[in-house]
Design a protein around this ligand. Structure first.
Ligand code: ZN
Ligand code: ZN
Length: 370
């Protein structure tokens, strides 16, 4: 499996070298060091060959090993890490293939060992049920980064320009950086709380958000299981107050880095409980309860950063040291396939009920009858 993944990633990286204007992100190209990137491509292709060969020697079924070696071979035949890039690369509409590959590499390097060492569910494997669907969500949302960023920023500028006050904006941007960061955290989470709660309460919005709740295994990759409409609407609404208030670029970027990391951490299969900090910041235990299939946690823990918002609005649920027994949706209504999940909210519902009247089924005891 590793050989196939590395072979596919290597081939995708070589395609980025061949077609940089359509497959890579201008903002990223300015940052990354091409010597390092070429070294990574070379190492990835070599590892794909080695893992593929090991698989061919050790496994009875040869399909995965052959596929991995085939992909790495194709990437090498296409020039491998040495493909020359004609500079300068012209700006164009693009897919964020490089953004996808780099983020996947960094997150897998951080979270796979972390989830192995501090697993909350040690029996859960890396390639667990639904991982291909989650990887497809991760891939598409990264590939479409240019479009999603645009759809996030444009509505605020089009519909809320009237609300901008230069005097207020310069006063806000003039505050200490740490204070601005804390303000963004509170304001963004109040907006996220409201949007998130609406996604649960309004039946047609719930159909989009059900995709996120269909995950039966939680880990870092499951954080990506989100319908594109869910992503764009939540981000676009969240950006409105940040745009109107005019925070400085530094704290805004710091918040973006923080939210990206925390959103993944709270889904991770890790047993960190963070001591008293868990009352201040959302933790994996806090958000895992939001994904619980048990009735006690129905429509609880909507905040992304600050549990205090749930405390204030009466939706807080953190029962001591306990973790949920199971995740997902009653009746499992969402299909387990990326394309079908994308179409799911637009299809006639076989489960037309709103979340407010979702069945409050108690935990079914293990079937001991023989
Ligand atoms: Zn939710
Ligand atoms: Zn979640």
């Amino acid at each position: 499996m590793l050989s196939v993944l590395l072979g596919a990633a290597g081939l995708a990286a070589v395609l980025c070298l061949w077609f940089p204007s359509v497959l890579t992100t201008p903002e990223l190209r300015e940052i990354y060091d091409m010597t390092l990137i070429r070294g990574l491509i070379k190492a990835g292709l070599l590892a794909a060959f080695l893992c593929g060969t090991a698989s061919l020697l050790l496994k009875r079924r040869k399909a995965l090993g052959l596929t991995g070696i085939g992909l790495a071979g194709l990437a090498t035949l296409m020039g491998g890490s040495q493909v020359e890039v004609s500079t300068p690369v012209r700006a164009s509409d693009h897919l964020g293939l490089d953004w996808f590959l780099l983020n996947l590499l960094i997150l897998a390097t951080v979270f796979v060992p972390l989830e192995h060492l501090f697993a909350r569910l040690p029996a859960q494997r890396v390639f667990r049920k639904g991982w291909t669907t989650d990887l497809a969500h991760f891939g598409v949302s990264h590939l479409l980064v240019q479009a999603t960023v645009l759809l996030t920023l444009v509505p605020a500028a089009v519909f809320f320009r009237w609300a901008v006050s230069p005097t207020l904006q310069s006063a806000i941007a003039g505050q200490p950086v740490l204070l601005q960061f804390a303000e963004i955290l509170v304001i963004a989470d109040l907006t996220q709380y409201t949007t998130h709660r609406l996604f649960h309460a309004v039946p047609w919005l719930w159909r989009f958000h059900q995709v996120h709740h269909s995950a039966q295994c939680l880990d870092w990759l499951a954080a990506s299981r989100l319908h594109l409409v869910d992503i764009v609407v939540t981000r676009a609404v969240g950006f409105v107050p940040v745009y109107v208030l005019g925070f400085a670029t530094g704290p805004t970027y710091a918040y973006l880095v923080f939210v990206s990391f925390q959103a993944i951490l709270i889904h991770a299969n890790v047993n960190f409980r963070f001591g008293p900090l868990r009352w201040v910041l959302a933790t994996p235990q806090f958000h895992h309860w939001h994904h619980s299939a048990e009735s006690e946690a129905l429509d609880k823990n909507f905040a992304v950063h600050l549990p205090v918002i749930d405390l204030v609005f009466g939706t807080f649920h953190l029962p001591g040291n306990r973790w949920p027994a199971r995740y997902g949706l009653e009746g499992d209504p969402v299909p387990e396939n990326y394309a079908r999940q994308l179409a799911y909210p637009f299809r006639p519902s076989a489960h037309p009920r709103s979340p407010a009247i979702r069945p409050a089924t108690p935990n079914t005891p293990p079937n001991t009858a023989s």
